[in-house]
Design a binder for this molecule. Structure first.
Ligand SMILES: Cc1cc2nc3c(=O)[nH]c(=O)nc-3n(C[C@H](O)[C@H](O)[C@H](O)COP(=O)(O)OP(=O)(O)OC[C@H]3O[C@@H](n4cnc5c(N)ncnc54)[C@H](O)[C@@H]3O)c2cc1C
Length: 412
């Protein structure tokens, strides 16, 4: 039988209101995790977009190519007792009053979860030019589908993950594709030159032209003008140069933000204001595992973070959030996966020939611990490597470099 104090705390929980702002992956998963973990209070999920909450990864893949109509989450909000308000952009929060501001008036909360994700970075001056697109939302993908159908010549600005995935889809649709990258290689922000080199070759192999060291000076209707004077004909332009946390609405709230615009959450994903949490693409957190603050813009973070937030709101088994970050990308017919986090100081160990169809790269710390790995069509390496990173395992570089040795057998 529950004790008297259990019953009192159950009753208190039932009277408490969690309000989640942002109905993307992180917001939806927070609502679902609260119910899964037994939260009996109210849960209100408020999203700016008018659409039924949906998943973003298919937007640059099946949804873009028209092989999937949509990517709505398979969640029965009503059955879970989650109050869903769509098409409502929250404009501010007053933590002192425990209230947020919405177009239909203030909404009170006991616990607030900020899950407003990220917004794509625009190319200054190109925002109102006709034929220039971003790829973040279902509406963006819906605008881009006819562009692919009409088989325009397309210029993609940015050879990052989104740029590569969009170029893949556009080539598959039969468009002529030129990718313009200001750095000297694709993925310059995340991968060292030796790893990016084989990936750069995938562009040409797919029939896309990759121009590196190419800075966009301006975009005119139908033309991308580069800083060196080259003019590229463009029936459409897709800008994929990164995303920034969507946190402008928090200005003046007292919720601390970092220089990158992220909500600087603590190890339990609490913000600097009481009873306010932040999770997903909008929030950075201190990683004890990597000894630095991480801002992760990937799907798995928007799945795992919410479970920690829900546990910390309920409070019975508080959890520090210190994941091994993970993401995947489908580009140029390859399944690319990455787990962990590495800096330039780590040593690289190759498994397999990067000219071939399947290879991996491991990053080892100065003590020989596996801190990150990238795999191309080697899912077993990824699965084993992810566990080895989590356990802080040390690898024998020689055995790890032999692709016929399972990674889990290359430990010291
Ligand atoms: C095209 C695309 C492809 C991707 N592919 C992959 C992939 O292959 N692998 C991978 O690991 N990751 C991928 N990602 C990244 C992954 O989708 C994101 O990390 C994930 O969606 C983050 O979820 P989130 O809920 O934090 O943010 P979001 O998905 O951005 O959701 C935030 C929501 O909050 C809403 N919102 C913002 N401000 C307000 C406000 N003031 N009031 C109310 N609502 C607000 C937004 O409208 C949005 O709907 C991809 C992303 C994109 C855009």
């Amino acid at each position: 039988m529950p004790s008297y104090s259990d019953r009192v705390s159950d009753q208190r929980q039932a009277e408490r209101r969690v309000v989640i702002v942002g109905a993307g992956m992180a917001g939806v998963q927070t609502a679902v995790a609260l119910r899964e973990q037994g939260w009996t209070g109210s849960v209100t999920l408020i999203g700016a977009e008018p659409h039924q909450p949906y998943d973003r990864p298919p937007l640059s893949k099946a949804v873009l190519l028209g092989t999937a109509e949509g990517s709505a989450f398979d969640v029965d909000f009503e059955a879970l007792g989650i109050e869903l308000h769509l098409g409502r952009e929250v404009t501010g929060v007053r933590p002192g009053a425990h209230e947020i501001d919405t177009p239909s008036g203030p909404v009170p909360y006991d616990v607030l979860v900020v899950a407003t994700g990220a917004l794509p970075i625009t190319l200054p001056g190109s925002e109102d030019v006709q034929g220039v697109h971003l790829l973040r939302t279902l509406d963006d993908a819906a605008r881009l589908r006819p562009v692919l159908d009409r088989k325009h010549d397309i210029v993609v600005v940015g050879a990052g993950w989104i740029g590569a995935e969009f170029a893949t889809a556009a080539r598959e649709a039969g468009c002529a594709v030129t990718v313009v990258e200001a750095a000297d290689r694709p993925l310059a922000g995340t991968m060292p030159a030796e790893v990016a080199a084989p990936m750069a070759a995938w562009y040409a192999e797919s029939g896309a032209e990759l121009l590196t060291g190419a800075r966009v000076a301006r975009i005119e209707p139908g033309t991308v003008v580069l800083a060196d004077g080259r003019r590229l004909a463009a029936g459409a332009v897709v800008v994929g140069i990164g995303a920034r946390p969507a946190t402008a609405w928090l200005a003046g709230s007292g919720i601390a933000l970092g220089p990158d615009g992220s909500v600087t959450a603590d190890s339990r994903l609490r913000t600097s204001q009481p009873d306010v949490y932040a999770v997903g693409d909008c929030a950075s957190f201190p990683s004890a595992r990597y000894g630095e603050r991480l801002l992760v813009h990937h799907w798995d973070n928007a799945l795992q973070g919410p479970r920690a937030v829900a546990a910390n709101i309920i409070g019975e088994t508080p959890q520090d959030y210190d994941p091994v970050p993970y993401f995947w990308s489908e580009q140029f017919g390859r399944f690319v996966q990455y787990a962990g986090h590495h800096t330039g100081a780590a040593t690289t160990v190759w498994r397999g020939d990067p000219v071939g169809a399947a290879w991996s790269v491991c990053w080892l710390s100065s003590e020989g611990r596996l801190v990150a790995l990238l795999t191309v069509a080697r899912p077993r390496d990824l699965a084993q490597g992810r566990r080895l990173i989590a356990s802080g395992a040390r690898l024998d570089p020689e055995r790890a470099a032999d692709p016929s040795v399972p990674l889990k057998s290359a430990t010291l």
